[in-house]
Design a protein around this ligand. Structure first.
Ligand code: ADP
Ligand code: MG
Length: 384
């Protein structure tokens, strides 16, 4: 067991890393963050911010020397970086598990090979792959295999001709072509798995997206108990098959009353932010615990919750691209009972950039959702 006042290493310095730093500090650990961005939200509050690239081996040596164990908040850390660090210090999750989650082709193949439920798809590496793709996949979504997030690197395509056009627009990068599924709703499961294989899942969360970006998360999800149980079982199975150690998130589609895995994130997840305010242990505390070999914490959700993302457009008057730049009036949110505001201290707001979120907690699920949606409108979040 790694115990305080040990120093932990974090690869990546966004808001997920920032919440990890906060949880680790709360528990008595020190944290060093490696991130090239001088304004990194996690770097700002870390005990030390190594401002360097993930391929800077001198910086990786410094990190490995200082830290008792290293984790990540960012799935696109190169697998070579994780492998290199693992020669000197425990790295959790390991490179192999992260590699599956950072490439949609590897991810879909993993699901297929393990008999896990997934939607129809084709691997697209050349024009010819589109020509022979099954016509039943259309209408479809073409997604770049690597480095997509928040709906970026995706194109909705009605026909093979449109898919070809989009593939060229993505400069011929490897892609997956997924059948567009009719969604009843979207849900996710965040879990932690420790080095002994023990798994602890949080209750299933219901996610509403707007323009490809998470907008509102409702927990617990308003789905049938059988779906909730199946989602948790399936997520735990994925973690086991990946040999995963740390906090993992699995996104699902519910389509025709059935669960289908959409994608996995080898780190805490936006749809798990509410665990800070609504659960006994947060997804970030679980990440610390799994990393340090502590027993996993209690994932009981003690309050119903609704979480709302605050994107950069809120900083522009009227939500307009050229609106006046100004700080939103936070006093509006602070006046709402049961509302917890979290801001990430990002240097500058941009449209679509995740700047903060709030969670409304309470005893009545319908009441917290109504309050969260009213607060969302009051602060000025525009509907898609
Ligand atoms: P990201 O990495 O950007 O989160 P996702 O693959 O999760 O990418 O896609 C973002 C959102 O787009 C999903 O949450 C869902 O709302 C919608 N979407 C993606 N793929 C499909 C699909 N095959 N069928 C229907 N909707 C989809
Ligand atoms: Mg997603």
């Amino acid at each position: 067991m790694i115990l305080p006042p040990a120093t932990l290493g974090m690869l990546g310095g966004g808001q997920l890393g920032r919440f990890f730093v906060a949880a680790a500090h709360e528990m008595g650990y020190k944290v060093w963050v490696l991130d090239p961005d001088p304004h990194s939200p996690a770097g700002l509050i870390a005990d030390r911010h190594l401002q360097a690239g993930y391929d800077d081996f001198a910086a990786l040596d410094t990190l490995a020397d200082a830290c008792a164990a290293v984790t990540t908040e960012f799935e696109n850390v190169p697998a070579e970086t994780l492998d290199y660090l693992a020669k000197f210090v425990p790295v959790r999750p390991g490179a192999a598990a992260v590699a599956v989650c950072q490439n949609r082709i590897a991810e879909k193949s993993f699901l297929r090979d393990n008999g896990l439920p997934h939607g129809p798809f084709a691997v697209i590496q050349s024009d010819a792959d589109i020509a022979v793709a099954d016509a039943s996949l259309f209408p479809a979504i073409l997604k770049v295999a690597r480095f997509g997030y928040d709906g970026k690197g995706q194109a909705r395509v009605a026909t093979a001709a449109e898919a070809l056009h989009a593939f060229h627009r993505f400069k011929g990068e490897a892609c997956v072509l997924e059948a567009m599924l009719p969604l009843d709703c979207e849900v996710s499961v965040v879990l932690a798995r420790d080095e002994n294989g023990a798994v602890s899942t949080f209750p299933t969360v219901e996610n509403q997206h707007s323009r490809g970006i998470l907008d509102v998360s409702i927990a617990p999800a308003r789905v049938a108990p059988a779906i909730e149980a199946e989602a948790r079982r399936c997520a735990a199975l994925i973690a086991a098959r990946l040999g995963f150690i740390g906090t993992l998130a699995v996104e699902f589609f519910v389509t025709g009353g059935r669960l289908v895995v959409n994608e996995m994130a080898p780190r805490p997840h936006n749809s798990g932010h509410h665990t800070i305010d609504a659960c006994v242990a947060s997804q970030y505390e679980q990440q610390v615990r799994a990393l340090c070999g502590l027993p996993l914490g209690d994932t009981t959700q003690h309050s119903a919750s609704a979480m709302v993302n605050l994107l950069g457009e809120l900083w522009f008057e009227g939500g307009e691209p050229h609106g006046r730049y100004r700080e939103p009036d936070w006093s509006i949110l602070h006046a709402v009972p049961g509302l917890k505001l979290h801001l990430y201290a990002k240097h500058h707001a941009r449209h679509g950039r995740k700047m903060g979120h709030f969670t409304v907690v309470g005893s009545d699920a319908a009441d917290v959702l109504a309050k969260a949606l009213a607060a969302r409108a009051a602060i000025g979040v525009q509907d898609a």
